[in-house]
Ligand binder design. Structure first.
Ligand SMILES: [Zn+2]
Length: 493
């Protein structure tokens, strides 16, 4: 059977997933809004009316009713430190917990994003501050941590609470009484309550894999789960820890919920070039070929930087340089312009990371020299001071790509969109900088960043229509569904 819809032929067409009754903003120039979207495999099959899209549904198609909510392309964060985002979850601060329930809720929030098996560690709880001053027990946290061992110290650091999984890892149970096990609090039946002191803490602690903070797969899996909850479907990782193999291994296990453009230090360009890597090399989930560097700011460094960037550029790699302040921006723009002149015209997409506080005259050079300003509106947001540079850059015909710089600040793109709007951008411009323009900044604008036929199916459903509400309400907007690569990767409980 051949179906003809929207002037296109769909032979034997069946969608795997359809999202209907939606307010779709495609962010593409051609068709701007739609009611529904169909996904087949990892790609967008069609956008159209509910009627048109339902015609593509078969018995095996999953149908999601968006309840009239706003649907956007997944957010693309142009500047993150991804493993550092996973590292936020390496220690839970319980000092603010005013009750055992609050303590359990904080631990539950960590467990939500942690892969099974990752230890939840932390400190700071203080039962003396609670209305009932009883010590907590494992029964408080076991229900919210079925898959993660937990060991959390109190404020003094002399007492710790472990959950059942952690007690088991430490070999502590009803029958484990020995002289050497230390101080294990037990109930009337001899069952450990979870409260440990002295050698008992060490015994459980010795089961924690070391070093705790360099368990890369765990950190990335935590970060990708967290990103999915915020509708971030792509990240450009400038942390330069070159974990491409780790990302690919996670993807092969079906655990990677975020597309990653994994950058290397500029000084590594010869090695990448020798491996035949160019800008945006890789598959749709994990790519490399970007090089990140901090601008030094003196003339000698500028000459060295010129030589490095020029070489990397000739090898077809993409270069992004950090610059904050008028001098740093001016200097890196000069180096980029020298490379433009020396190496000749090419679609190279040089980027200045942060591009903060550039002189108004230098903003013009971003546009003229086709240099992308990769900016972080929320990181630099000050309520009293509007940042006119976003608006000026766009007015001058320059290109913006937005990001967060998480874990320096929150990964939540709605905070960045809020801050950009406060600084005078339209919602459309702010969302573009977080979707299609961010895709452009990583050479991916033809495969993602809009909701269009044949693009990768990265889609988010938002709690509220950010095109219609106040900027203050945009800050509060939540993600209610995230689709990456055609699969639902996040749905709040
Ligand atoms: Zn950064």
């Amino acid at each position: 059977m051949v179906l003809v819809l929207f002037g296109q032929h769909y032979s034997q067409a069946r969608a795997d997933l359809v999202i209907v009754n939606a307010n779709v903003r495609t962010m593409s120039a051609a068709v701007r809004t739609a009611q529904a979207v169909a996904i087949a495999g990892n790609k967008i099959m069609a956008v159209g009316t509910d009627r048109e899209i339902m015609a593509l549904a078969g018995p095996a198609t999953e149908t999601i009713d968006a309840g009239g909510r706003l649907v956007l392309p997944g957010f693309n964060d142009s500047h993150v430190h991804f493993t550092a985002i996973g590292n936020i979850f390496s220690s839970v601060d319980l000092s603010g917990a005013g009750s055992p329930e609050e303590m359990a809720a904080k631990i539950a929030e960590f467990a939500r994003f942690m892969p099974a098996g990752r230890w939840i560690l932390g400190r700071g709880w203080d039962n003396r501050k609670w209305a009932k001053k009883d010590l907590p027990s494992k029964g408080l946290i076991d229900p919210v941590t079925p898959d993660n061992p937990v060991l959390v110290y109190d404020l003094d650091g002399k007492t710790a609470l472990a959950n059942s999984l952690a007690l088991a890892k430490g070999g502590l149970n009803r029958l484990s009484r020995t002289r050497s096990e230390g101080d294990v609090e037990r109930d009337a039946n001899g069952e450990p309550t979870g409260i440990l002191r002295g050698a008992a803490i060490n015994r459980v602690g010795s089961a924690i894999p070391q070093p705790h903070v360099q368990q890369w797969p765990e950190l990335i899996e935590t970060a990708t789960n967290y990103a999915a909850s915020l509708g971030v479907t792509s990240v450009q990782d400038v942390h330069s820890d070159e974990l491409g193999d780790t990302y690919r291994a996670l993807d092969a296990r079906g655990k990677l919920k975020t597309r990653v453009y994994d950058c290397a230090p500029l000084s590594s360009w010869k090695r990448l070039a020798a491996d035949g890597i160019k800008a945006a090399s890789g598959d749709a989930m994990v790519r490399t070929g970007c090089l990140k560097h901090f601008a030094e700011g003196d003339k000698v460094a500028a000459d060295e930087l010129f030589a490095e960037i020029s070489g990397a550029d000739r090898a077809g790699l993409q270069v992004m340089i950090h610059a904050i302040g008028p001098e740093a921006n001016a200097e890196i723009l000069t180096v980029f312009e020298r490379v433009n002149a020396k190496n000749g015209p090419r679609d190279r997409r040089f980027r200045v990371e942060h591009a903060q506080n550039a002189r108004p005259g230098d903003l013009r050079r971003f546009a003229r020299s086709k240099i992308i300003a990769s900016m972080q509106p929320w990181l630099f947001y000050r309520p009293a001071r509007r940042d006119a540079s976003f608006k000026s850059l766009l007015a001058l015909g320059g290109r913006l790509a937005f990001g967060s710089d998480a874990s320096m600040t929150d990964l939540n793109p709605l905070l960045g969109i809020f801050a950009a709007i406060e600084s005078g951008l339209t919602v459309e411009q702010a969302v573009s900088a977080y979707t299609i323009d961010a895709a452009f900044a990583e050479f991916q604008e033809n495969v993602k960043g809009t909701i269009e036929r044949d693009k990768l199916a990265d889609i988010v459903v938002l709690s509220d229509d950010i095109f219609k509400i106040t900027s203050a309400k945009i800050r509060e907007t939540k993600i209610v569904l995230t689709v990456v690569n055609g699969k639902v990767v996040y749905r709040p409980r």
